[in-house]
Design a protein around this ligand. Structure first.
Ligand code: GDP
Length: 311
């Protein structure tokens, strides 16, 4: 096998792939642009130029992502950026003769109104939640594109569906980021400024969190071993309430002030529990990082790199 190329290589998951990889960050080029994308992928996948080092597999992590705030406020950006990036990367990989590609979907692309638990076969069974419908439809199209390319061109392209990912190197933007990085950042500022800690919504919604390093390990297995037209859900199948997440973060950061639940702020979907039995049949012994440990490492990374992190 040749080399692995990772898109979104500065991101939450992309930055966790180590070793001899071609790391494509946003500084290398704008993947929303077709020609730029083709130039990058052609260059690294060209067997005449690269010989045995030519790229023959891609883990495609690049995309515009954000929390419930970002998704509601920038629906146009979330749609356009993701539909362009996915369409360009998958098409450029096909044209360059890349043998294997794994794209990232997300559990928020599932229908809002669907029988739980979520399984790989339920992605297209109804409209997504209104808070992130633009992102969800754009991402669903990556699944459609991959299935179409498998049928027409016989390509071994597939996708994974991780639940809510957290970890070092996240975007700690308070307005548009995901809940864990936002809460860590808000807690840090509340301690600094001796203010209350404000949580969005009721604190009752449930989420399944997965550590970025676990996602990278599982996806490394997927790119070498999994070849099914149906995506693979990456999930611990363990739900936790936002209120409990708040308690764990505040305890670890030693926050002693008031915690306020701002019920005018969006809760997003109430829950999106996943069935991880397909993953378990392939990797029955995989050990997920315990949530408390992942949170400790994420907080450590945040505080040690405060001046340089995305925020
Ligand atoms: P989602 O899974 O797409 O809804 O992703 P988020 O990470 O944005 O939000 C998860 C849950 O955390 C939602 O129920 C939010 O209401 C709740 N939440 C509480 N405080 C915050 C916050 O400061 N930022 C974000 N993004 N979510 C928060």
């Amino acid at each position: 096998m040749g080399r692995l190329l990772v898109t979104g290589a500065n991101g939450l998951v992309g930055s966790q792939f180590k070793g001899d990889i071609i790391a494509i960050t946003s500084h290398v080029g704008d993947l929303r642009d077709k020609k730029t994308t083709e130039d990058i992928i052609n260059f690294y996948a060209d067997k005449d130029r690269q010989g045995i080092f030519a790229v023959d597999k891609i883990i495609h992590c690049a995309g515009k992502v954000g929390g419930v705030g970002g998704n509601m406020n920038y629906k146009g950006d979330f749609f356009y950026d993701n539909i362009m990036i996915n369409t360009n990367v998958i098409e450029a990989a096909r044209k360059a003769g890349v043998e294997k590609l794994v794209a990232f979907l997300s559990t928020c692309i599932f229908p809002d109104n669907v029988e739980y638990p979520l399984t790989e076969s339920k992605i297209h069974l109804g409209p997504p939640h209104f808070s992130n419908d633009a992102y969800a439809y754009a991402k669903r199209m990556a699944d459609v594109q991959i299935r179409a390319y498998r049928e027409q061109y016989g390509l071994k392209y597939t996708s994974v569906i991780p639940t809510n990912i957290y970890g070092p190197n996240d975007n700690f933007d308070i307005k548009n980021g995901h809940v864990i990085p936002s809460l860590i950042h808000k807690c840090y500022l509340a301690i600094e400024n001796k203010t209350d800690l404000e949580i969005w919504g009721y604190g009752t919604p449930l989420r399944e969190f997965i550590y970025s390093k676990d996602v990278a390990k599982l996806t490394t297995w997927v790119v070498d071993n999994y070849d099914d037209s149906e995506p693979l859900i990456l999930s611990t199948s363990e739900e936790i309430s936002i209120k409990d997440v708040v308690d764990i973060i505040t305890e670890n950061m030693n926050f002693k002030g008031n915690i306020i639940f701002d019920k005018t702020k969006p809760d997003g979907q109430f829950r999106k529990p996943c069935d991880n039995s397909k993953l378990k049949t392939y990797l029955p012994n995989f050990k997920f990082t315990p949530f408390e440990i992942g949170i400790k490492e994420t907080i450590k990374h945040f505080t040690e790199n405060y001046n340089n992190i995305r925020k």
